[in-house]
Every structure is written in structure tokens, then in C-alpha cells.
Design a protein. Structure first.
Length: 342
């Protein structure tokens, strides 16, 4: 009887070992104060006291990249998805006043492509460096029969901490200014609709839009807002924030507001042209665009002093703009929303 091996069943242990060796320097480059040990243990250790916290509250998040992964798989462009994965997690931490401390990933595929996986994890490491958190571990699962050839999935997990008296939102009041930090494009939400629009219009990822390949436009990574927001929070200027992901502004901004408060937003505002392109191509209503996409606003900030906050954010490399203000009536009102995608 012929002996059967794990490789015969579709799992290549040597490829997995090669990937671990390839990513060790990537993870090491994200090291930060508080990390205890390195890759290779059964779990990752973190010392909150060494990181400078006195009375910390832990904050945790998990997320994925959604069907934006299909573009990566279909084009072979993988370097952006790791940044997206980190961004979706750490941006959700910082809106609660938490500094991201460490990150873990879960990468699953049918048959391990070491170079593609290394590229993906290099993006994760880059995202961690942008966020100031450490890549402390993860899991690579090779599962033949579970995924079509070339397919893979990603999930991310991040843990942050905030001092107990510095959690957000805090003391949000009617009249507080709402600043917007621009998005780089579609980010990582709404891609099922993007893919449907492209399919119905007969467009491919190689199609030219705005003088660029559609794939280049749509694979722009999600922006990571952690460092400028932590600077603003440390200065005592940040009262609340909302990461604008699935659900758009109407679905996410209320999460930073008291239940009996709302917001009035000053439309129209400038946004990447991909949003008008999507709206025109499929005749998508303004209401649908606003509840599916970020529409040019990656993060909203509720601040105590709009001018001082804007000055500090610009010094951190951001381009904030005044989006609106908090009201004493529930609901998000967008003025002149029909002009947003003209």
C-alpha cells in the first residue's frame, strides 16, 4: 500500500514554515513598548504597565476586508489588503479613545501561495506601523477543498487600551462642531455593490476610469487615522468620533452621539470622483450612496474647538474640513444631498 502524506491531502507544512520565516522580520519591525517575547509561542504577551498605562480599560475589535478581496484575487494585486485589514480594526479602536497595542491576523486559503501570503502579511505589517501597534501573531490555515484555487480570506483582531477617564465619546453637546477627515476612496465597504455596478455596466478591473485602471482606483488602501486622532485626544480637543464604514454617515455617526442627539451636515462636500462615477453609472440615489459608502468622509470628529482642532490635524498631515454640527434632535440631516454626486 502506498503511503499517503499530508502534502498528498493538499497541505504543505514546509510552505507554512517558509511563510513563518518570511514574515518574522516583518513582524519584528512593528515591535512596540509592552510586547513581551516574539512570534512562535502559543499566545502573545503584552505588558500594559510597561506601555505606560496606569488605570487602563482594554478595547478589542475584529473585522475583515469584505468582498474587496475579490479584486485582489482576480487581479493578483495583494499588497493593499493587509493595510485595509488593519485599518478596519484600529480605526474602530481609536474612536473609543484607545491606542492600538497589538494585532493578530487569520489567513485562510485552499493551497498556500507563499509569495502572495508574504505580500498580504507585509501589508498587515505596514498597517501596524502606521497605527503604532505590534503584529504579535496570527494563524495561517491551509484548508484544501474549502476554497477555490487562488481564493483566500482574511480576518483581523486588534486590542487597544485607554485610561479609564479618557474613553470616548464624552460630554457631547448640541452645537459641537463635527470635522471630517477625508477618505482615500471606497475604503473597504460597499464592494458587493461596486462589483454589481461594474458587472451590469460591462466594466472590468482593467477598464479605464479617470485615466487609470479601475483596479488601481479601487485598491487604494483604507486610510489609518490613529496617530492624528490620538494627538487630538491627548490635547483634550476630541469629544467623540465615528469611523465611517458600512452604513455610511447615517449608520455610523449616531454611534458617537447621545441617543437623543443628531447631526446636521453641510452638503455638498468634496469627495473622490469614484463616488460620482458609481452613482452616475448605475443611477444610484443619494440616499443609497450615503448609507452604503463613506462618500469621501473616512472619519468624523466631534471637537471642542474646530479651529484649534483643524490646525492641529493639519500639523499631523491631515486635511480636515468642517462637516456640520451636533443637534438636539435624533437623526442625521444632510443638506443639499442631491448635489453631492452631481
Amino acid at each position: 500500500m502506498t503511503s499517503v502524506t499530508y502534502r498528498d491531502a493538499g497541505v504543505d507544512i514546509e510552505a507554512g514554515d517558509a511563510l513563518v520565516d518570511a514574515i518574522k522580520p516583518l513582524a519584528k519591525a512593528t515591535n512596540r513598548t509592552g510586547v513581551v517575547g516574539g512570534l512562535g509561542g502559543f499566545g502573545a504577551l503584552f505588558d500594559l504597565k510597561a506601555a505606560g498605562f496606569v488605570d487602563p480599560i482594554l478595547v478589542s475589535t475584529t473585522d475583515g476586508v469584505g468582498t474587496k478581496l475579490k479584486i485582489a484575487i482576480e487581479t493578483g494585486i495583494h499588497d493593499f489588503v493587509g493595510i485595509d485589514l488593519v485599518a478596519m480594526c484600529v480605526n474602530d479602536l481609536v474612536v473609543q479613545g484607545a491606542a492600538p497595542l497589538f494585532f493578530l491576523d487569520y489567513f485562510a486559503t485552499g493551497a498556500l501561495d507563499v509569495e502572495a501570503a508574504r505580500c498580504i502579511i507585509a501589508g498587515i505589517a505596514e498597517g501596524c506601523k502606521q497605527a503604532g501597534c505590534a503584529l504579535v501573531g496570527g494563524e495561517t490555515a491551509e484548508m484544501p477543498g474549502m476554497y477555490a484555487k487562488g481564493d483566500y480570506d482574511l480576518a483581523g483582531f486588534s486590542v487597544g487600551a485607554a485610561e479609564r477617564d479618557a474613553l470616548l465619546p464624552a460630554n457631547v453637546q448640541p452645537g459641537d462642531a463635527i470635522l471630517a477627515l477625508p477618505s482615500s476612496g471606497v475604503h473597504s465597504n460597499g464592494f458587493s455593490l461596486v462589483r454589481r455596478i461594474f458587472k451590469d455596466a460591462g466594466l472590468t478591473w482593467d477598464s479605464q476610469i479617470f485615466g487609470r485602471h479601475a483596479a488601481d482606483v479601487l485598491t487604494t488602501p483604507t486610510r489609518i487615522y490613529v496617530k492624528p486622532m490620538l494627538a487630538l485626544h491627548k490635547a483634550g480637543l476630541l469629544k467623540g468620533a465615528a469611523h465611517i464604514t458600512g452604513g455610511g454617515l447615517p449608520g455610523n455617526l449616531p454611534r458617537a452621539l447621545p441617543a437623543d442627539h443628531g447631526a446636521r451636515l453641510n452638503g455638498p462636500w468634496a469627495m473622490p470622483e469614484i463616488f460620482s462615477f458609481l452613482a452616475r453609472t448605475a443611477n444610484v440615489t443619494a440616499e443609497e450612496m450615503l448609507r452604503v459608502f463613506n462618500c469621501g468622509v473616512g472619519m468624523t470628529l466631534i471637537v471642542t474647538d474646530a479651529d484649534k482642532s483643524s490646525e492641529m490635524l493639519r500639523a499631523e498631515g491631515e486635511q480636515p474640513f468642517l462637516l456640520g454640527h451636533v443637534t438636539d434632535q435624533p437623526g442625521i440631516v444632510v443638506e443639499d444631498k442631491d448635489k453631492l454626486f452631481a
